[in-house]
Write a protein that binds this ligand. Sequence first.
Ligand code: NAD
Length: 475
Amino acid sequence: MYTDLKLYIDGQWLGADNRKSEDVINPATGKVLAKLPHASKADLDAALAAADKAFGPWSRTSAYDRSNLLRKAAMLMRERADHIARVQTQEQGKPFPESRIEVMTSADITDWYAEEGRRAYGRIVPGRMKGTRQIVVQEPIGVAAAFTPWNFPTLTPIRKIAGALAAGCTLIIKASEEVPGGCVELVKCFADAGVPAGVLNLVFGVPAEVSEHIIPSPIIKKVSFTGSVPVGKHLAAMAARGMKRATMELGGHSPVLVFDDADPIKAADTIAAFKYRNAGQVCISPTRFYVQEKNYAKFVERFVEYAKGLTLGDGLEKETKMGPLANPRRLDAMESFVNDAKARGGKIATGGNRHGNQGFFFEPTVITDIPDDSKIMTEEPFGPLAPIVPFKTLDEVIERANSLPFGLASYAFTTSTATANAVGDGIQAGMVGINSVAVSTPETPFGGVKDSGYGSEGGIEGLQAYLNTKFISQA
Ligand code: NAD
């Protein structure tokens, strides 16, 4: 039911042989799903050489032909969506319907880039001297290296794979060793669609060893990472030493501002569902809830009701609404957040404990009466914890929302245009959802500011992340 885990280098699927390997665990059961081979140094060198060799022909392949290959890969993702979603749920834990949406969205992202890759237009700039021509062109950067985490086994890799390939770059991707199957399945779609050998290479290993081997290589011209702030800063510094372009999608701590003029029930229903998606292990998950005084009690009551109504279980079971956390590190982290909250006078309105006696389950949790400088209000929870606190005025809540070093997503609920404008203008974040949680679509830029990173994926900006701008001046 799961999948055969292999490396993919220079058009070849490579299995365990004499390679080191590690166990992949099903977080719903704690049991081993499969063994994952690690790339040796020789494998990594082979991937670098293959991506380098393939870059010339791939970058010269017409955007039209590249687009057709990408669209074929997207079609295969849709055909295989049920299987890929099952693989992903087994390794990551999220409910099957969430997994399936992720796979279908991955296909949509691939289609978006397939189209947008054909529109990497340049421009002609009128010259100052008669008879001169000034031409601006966009060229693929070269070989890119991508590193993806364990919360979205297909969505995060596809943003990098489709962006790079559509732009004419070749890619080495090191997907997460904890959830490797989703990316293996994606790469199969590209291989089966006919993407030439060397254009897309998939490796696994000890993350630090792989990045330290690959990023400094002169072959790599671009680095794209999604993951935690400390690792992002480390990899960004490594990229900077080689003057390499970089996109960093790091953590967040998304504020939610619920104003008195909003409907507290509607706001709670919308944002609570979004909070517990993927058990809260989402970089744009709402994580700090500020509710204006009049609405506070009603909002908390409805949110708690929603949390209590969630059925926890194996993501493959029909009735499951929230799966386990993806790894035991998150369980320890949840306990530490809750203990700190309790020690600081916080009230646990619901949840607060591990759930069941197998797998890595933690209850959907709501915490109230918590100071702004507590751990849960200042560190990214990356789990099913929702701290809810009251506020009085617009200026006060914007200041509190902007008080952390993060700036990824943010959300607000209001019926006032003036308030919506003030929030849209005043919040320091890469994405602001007002009466909406639709801040991540294939067509729109996705990325953060401050410690949440730099660069965008998605939208035309996501393609530009893999393009260099060249100016040709002709007399
Ligand atoms: P972590 O910080 O060690 O790892 C984060 C990711 O980076 C993992 O996918 C890991 O494989 C990778 N990584 C770690 N060291 C690396 C290196 N030297 N080179 C290349 N890749 C490396 O810890 P973790 O326990 O996996 O995650 C902890 C925190 O990371 C979470 O609490 C959350 O804040 C953040 N996170 C963010 C995202 C996101 O989408 N932005 C995704 C996953 C985790």
